[in-house]
Design a protein around this ligand. Structure first.
Ligand code: CP
Length: 294
C-alpha cells in the first residue's frame, strides 16, 4: 500500500510503471473490472473540483472500489472539525485509502505521516497535483510515442500552479525540457533554477504548449493585468495558435477561462488535446488506485 504525495518523490522507473499501467487500462474495452471490490476509499475534497473528483470516482467504480464521497460543506468541518480529525475519523471507520484535496500547501505531508492508510494527493495548494501531471505525461507520451527530448512550454500563472510544479518535476525526470512564460507577478522565482522564463514568442516554439488558468481566487492583491490585457500579452489567441508548428499540441489542465488565457476556437482546434487530457484522467487514476491498494 503506497501513498502518492507528489511527483518530486517518484523515481523515473515508478513514473514509467504508472504510465504503462495507465496504457493498459486505457486500452481495456470492459468498463467494469472489479478487482478492488473489497476495498473502501474516501474521496475527501476540502476544495472544489470537477475533473479530479469525478475521474477518481469513475476510476474507483471501474475497479469495483467501495466509494465514500466526503464533501467538506456537508460535514462537521463546518462545525470547526480539523482536516486531521476528519481523516482520522474516516480511518477509524475502516477506509483503506484516502484521496485528498486541500487548500493549504504542505499539510498533506504532515497528514500522511500521522495516518495509517495511504493518501493520494488530489491537489494541495500550489504545491503538487501529481495525478494531473501523470495524465499530462500520458497524453504527451500517447501522442509523441515518448517523452525524452520533448520541449514543453508552460504558460501563465506559474506562481499559484501545482500543475506547473508537478509537471516540472515529472517531465525533467523523464528527459523532457520545460520552459516557463508568465507575467512578472505570476512567476515563481524559486523555480527559475529548474526551468528558464522565456518570452511568449519563444514559448510558442515547443512540442507542447501548456496553458494555465489564471487563478483569480488565489491572487490576494488582485491581478495587475485586465482579462483583455492578459489575453493580448499572454493568451493563446487564434492568431498565435496559427503560428504554431502543425506538430505542436496544445494542452490545458482546465477549468479554462475561455478568451482569457486561451481563445474559444483554440480550445476546440485540431491541435488541442484538452478533452483527451480529461479522458486520460480516468485510466491514470485507475493505475494510481491499484498502486495504493495492492
Ligand atoms: N484539472 C483539475 O484539477 O480540475 P478540477 O479542479 O476540476 O479537479
Amino acid at each position: 500500500e503506497r501513498s502518492l504525495l507528489g511527483m518530486k518523490e517518484l523515481a523515473e522507473s515508478e513514473i514509467t510503471q504508472l504510465l504503462d499501467r495507465t496504457a493498459y487500462w486505457d486500452h481495456q474495452s470492459e468498463k467494469l473490472t472489479p478487482v478492488l471490490r473489497a476495498h473502501f476509499v474516501a474521496n475527501m475534497f476540502f476544495e472544489n473540483s470537477t475533473r479530479t473528483r469525478f475521474s477518481f470516482e469513475m476510476a474507483e467504480k471501474r475497479l469495483g472500489v467501495q466509494v465514500l464521497n466526503f464533501t467538506a460543506a456537508a460535514s462537521s468541518v463546518e462545525k470547526g472539525e480539523s482536516i486531521y480529525d476528519t481523516v482520522r475519523t474516516l480511518e477509524s471507520m475502516g477506509i483503506d485509502a484516502g484521496v485528498v484535496r486541500l487548500k493549504p500547501a504542505g499539510v498533506l505531508q504532515q497528514l500522511a505521516e500521522k495516518v495509517g492508510v495511504p493518501l493520494i494527493n488530489a491537489g494541495d495548494g500550489n504545491n503538487e497535483h501529481p495525478t494531473q501531471a501523470l495524465l499530462d505525461l500520458y497524453t504527451m507520451r500517447k501522442h509523441f510515442g515518448g517523452l525524452k527530448g520533448l520541449k514543453v512550454s508552460i504558460i501563465g500563472d506559474i506562481m499559484h500552479s501545482r500543475v506547473a510544479r508537478s509537471n516540472l518535476w515529472a517531465l525533467t525526470k523523464m528527459g523532457a525540457s520545460v520552459q516557463f512564460c508568465a507575467p512578472a507577478n505570476m512567476q515563481a522565482p524559486e523555480l527559475a533554477a529548474y526551468a528558464p522564463y522565456v518570452s511568449m514568442e519563444e514559448a510558442l516554439k515547443a512540442d507542447v504548449v501548456m496553458m494555465l488558468r489564471v487563478q483569480l481566487e488565489r491572487h490576494a492583491s488582485g491581478i495587475i493585468l485586465s482579462a483583455e490585457q492578459y489575453r493580448e500579452h499572454f493568451g493563446l489567441t487564434e492568431e498565435r495558435a496559427s503560428r504554431l508548428d502543425p506538430a505542436t499540441i496544445i494542452m490545458h489542465p482546465a477549468p479554462v477561462n475561455r478568451n482569457v488565457e486561451i481563445d474559444d476556437a483554440v480550445v476546440e482546434s485540431s491541435q488541442s488535446r484538452i478533452f483527451p487530457q480529461m479522458a486520460n484522467g480516468v485510466p491514470v487514476r485507475m493505475a494510481v488506485m491499484e498502486r495504493a491498494l495492492q
